[in-house]
Design a protein around this ligand. Structure first.
Ligand SMILES: O=C(O)C1=C[C@@H](OP(=O)(O)O)[C@@H](O)[C@H](O)C1
Ligand SMILES: C=C(OP(=O)(O)O)C(=O)O
Length: 424
């Protein structure tokens, strides 16, 4: 039976929350450590559905992974030569597993391998990445619908001049950046289309440096990548807290008045979603950023009008915060919300209306006029962890909210609702 959770009239949000490790960093670090020449201890590792899919895939490829504690694993790198050749890998709905493994296995697999995922993953496009891999000499076969998983990687990527359209997902570019250094040939990666979610590419570049890989960047035009590089294995690697997950706590700390201390992100964070804080401050949130934690102390919210293309995940949190703000909020340039865990533009518009908001749903934007009073609503979450976590914030209204299937938050944050109960 699918659970429902009602949250109502939450009055305060105080104390300390220790963020789980970043999903984006965790899945990159697991893969880079697995490709490394030595052994790496990964600390503050997120344990969730998405990281479980990456861990299972690496285990199937024969990578030695030893669990030292719930959030620490030791990864024995295989230097890009996988000890095992599985026929098939199941990657659930983890974009950060599907896209990087498609490119990296196209570069390194010595036998055909089928990559598949859950029903939603089979609706999430991967054609622009596959086109780039084909241009680089790989043979990739779609098993069902052209442009979507499942797909079979049949013949290895060679490199050379490769164009990739980054207008649907930055993950295609990150994936190629992780794969191309492993090839026998040098590559030139040329970016086409208007690249979305750019800070995730910066995150990939920063982590490649941490793992000893050199990439020459030509602004936002492309990259020159020498082949025959080897991932180095840092002895230990710390995964900072998840900045997208922090957005729910930042929202809760504003609505509940704080003081709420959020541990695991801060001034030195390397995730783009840290910029959520700047926008929330513009909206009236009282937030102070320290080196390794952030403190939030309430605030009176007013609507904002912002292009949030750079922070697509945290941007969703503004949609529910908008119901508590004075005036209109516009969230712009988020067309790729439509190809994530669900069609997030449509799902958000539909569910916000149930709480009484007036919504204009555009092809790539959402305009939200808050209701005079938030109405109680039963919210569908569409198997989308962020829908569940964003709508929990309506628990701070007098009418409250009922969330269907709150447990779908396990994709990136299994403990979210128990933590919320602890600090409210
Ligand atoms: O590279 C990454 O770790 C991610 C990139 C973003 O995807 P898009 O580039 O598809 O927007 C983001 O939404 C996703 O949750 C994680
Ligand atoms: C879009 C998301 O995930 P994925 O890594 O599967 O793309 C997300 O976490 O919001």
């Amino acid at each position: 039976m699918v659970r429902k959770l009602t949250l109502q009239g939450l009055q305060s949000c105080q104390g300390t929350v220790d963020l789980p490790g970043s999903k984006s960093i965790a899945n990159r670090a697991l893969l880079m450590a697995a490709l490394g020449d030595g052994t790496t201890e990964l600390n503050h590792l997120l344990r969730s559905d998405d990281t479980a899919r990456m861990l299972e895939a690496l285990a199937a490829l024969g990578v030695g992974i030893e669990e030292l504690s719930a959030t620490c694993v030791r990864v024995r790198g295989c230097g890009g030569r996988w000890p095992k050749q599985p026929e098939q890998l199941y990657l659930g709905n983890a974009g950060t597993a599907m896209r990087p493994l498609t490119a990296v296995l196209a570069a390194t697999s010595t036998a055909p391998v089928l990559l598949t995922g859950d029903a939603r993953m089979q609706e999430r496009p991967i054609g622009d990445l596959v086109d780039a891999l084909r241009e680089g000499g790989a043979t990739v076969r779609y098993q069902q619908q052209p442009g979507y998983p499942p797909l079979v990687l049949e013949q290895a990527l060679r490199g050379g001049e490769i164009h990739v359209d980054g207008s649907a997902s930055s993950q295609y570019i990150s994936a190629l950046l992780m794969a191309l250094p492993l090839l026998p040939n040098d590559s030139h990666l040329i970016l086409t289309g208007t690249v979305v979610s750019w800070p995730y590419i910066e995150l990939t570049l920063a982590m490649l440096r941490d793992f000893g890989i050199t990439v020459e960047q030509h602004g936002k035009q492309g990259f020159s990548i020498a082949g025959r590089q080897r991932y180095q294995s840092p002895a230990a690697y710390w995964i900072e807290g998840d900045a997208s997950a922090a957005s729910y706590w930042l929202g809760a700390g504003v609505l509940g008045g704080g003081p709420l201390r959020i541990e695991g992100i801060g001034r030195k964070s390397i995730q783009g979603d840290i910029a959520f804080i700047d926008y929330l401050q513009q909206m009236g949130g009282r937030i102070t950023v320290h080196d390794e934690y952030v403190e939030v102390n309430g605030g009176q919210l007013r609507g904002i009008d912002a292009d949030l293309n750079a922070i697509p995940d945290a941007a969703m949190t503004f949609a529910t915060l908008a119901l508590f703000a004075k005036g209109r909020t516009a969230i712009r340039n988020v067309a790729n919300w439509r190809i994530k865990e669900t069609d997030r533009l449509h799902a958000m518009a539909t569910e916000l209306r149930k709480a009484g908001a007036q919504i204009e749903e555009g092809a790539d934007y959402l305009i939200i006029d808050p209701p005079a009073q938030i109405q109680h609503a039963q919210i569908k979450t569409y198997d989308d962890h962020r829908m569940a976590m964003c709508f929990s914030l309506l628990g701070f209204s007098a009418a409250g909210v009922t969330i269907e299937d709150p447990d779908c938050c396990a994709k990136t944050y299994p403990d979210y609702f128990s933590e919320l109960a602890r600090v409210t």
